[in-house]
Ligand binder design. Structure first.
Ligand code: ATP
Length: 245
């Protein structure tokens, strides 16, 4: 169980404090899937970075199975069981895909194991295992490799920031299947940040974040109908595409 209590993250903008994550509290039970959605710039990625230990919270606490991980850095949080896939994955010059997957798995993977991971994200291992994780890979390829690194190891909670971004339709379907399998197995909890209706509909719980605050949080049946009846974003008069802006 992940328990997030009163999490706050501020930045200093030209001498003025701006709260990007504003007293956010929620829980993700074992095996549960939480989808976080909301308008662009609402604070979803920032919240994910604070959960993963990339940014340090100014206030609040994070508990993973009763363990207070609030003071842990990114490595300690990963060891405690938090997996995190960036919205925009970093590239690593000089590192092959095979090496990266083994590092992510925490053990030397066989070719067959690496192949299974790459297949789950729609990549053919023969073409990729010896490629460098550098600028020669396309944005969509990097995104799928980043997701494969999180899938390489079991976590208590895996956070995927917009896993659909830049991914083609065929790979997206495979990815959805993998998320469905993980969800069905109930061995790990998933937090998916997404604007994609198909992903939002998979959730056990949905949280809407806007202006750094939790605007809605509840079961899929409670929140989903309200998403698709909102006509405009709460922050501005912009129309919503497919129900979510
Ligand atoms: N380090 C930072 N310093 C200042 N402002 C930041 C910083 N990081 C993010 N922001 C701003 O905070 C707000 C929230 O950004 P964030 O990336 O968390 O939004 P998001 O909900 O993930 O958006 P999107 O749906 O577009 O991915 C944005 O206005 C962004 O420009």
């Amino acid at each position: 169980m992940l328990k997030v209590d009163n999490l706050t993250f501020e930045v200093n903008e030209e001498g003025r404090k701006r709260c990007l994550v504003n007293h956010v509290s929620f829980q993700v039970a074992d095996g549960e899937m939480l989808v976080i959605t909301g308008p662009n710039g609402g604070g979803k990625s920032t919240l994910a970075k604070v959960l993963a230990g990339i940014e340090n919270a100014d206030e609040g606490q994070i508990f993973l199975d009763e363990e207070n991980i609030s003071g842990y850095d990114i490595d300690h949080r990963a060891n405690a069981g938090i997996g995190y896939a960036f919205q925009q994955p970093p590239r690593f010059k000089g590192m092959t895909v095979a090496r990266m997957l083994s590092l992510a798995a925490g053990k030397e993977l066989t070719e067959a194991e690496s192949c299974r991971l790459l297949s789950a994200v729609g990549l053919c291992s023969a073409d990729y295992l010896n490629r460098q994780m550098d600028g020669t890979l396309s944005g969509g390829e990097m995104k799928r490799l980043e997701i494969a690194t999180v899938l390489a190891k079991p976590h208590k909670v895996s956070i995927f920031d917009e896993p659909e971004a830049g991914i083609d339709l065929w790979s997206f379907s495979m990815l959805i299947k993998r998320f469905e399998e993980i969800h069905k197995e109930k061995k790990e909890s998933l937090i998916l940040i997404s604007h994609q209706e198909r992903i939002i509909r998979m959730a056990d719980k949905i949280m809407v974040i806007e202006d750094g605050e939790v605007k809605q949080y509840g079961s899929r049946d409670e929140v989903l109908p309200t998403l698709f009846t909102r006509e405009s974003c709460g922050r501005c008069a912009n129309g919503l595409e497919g129900g979510v802006c």
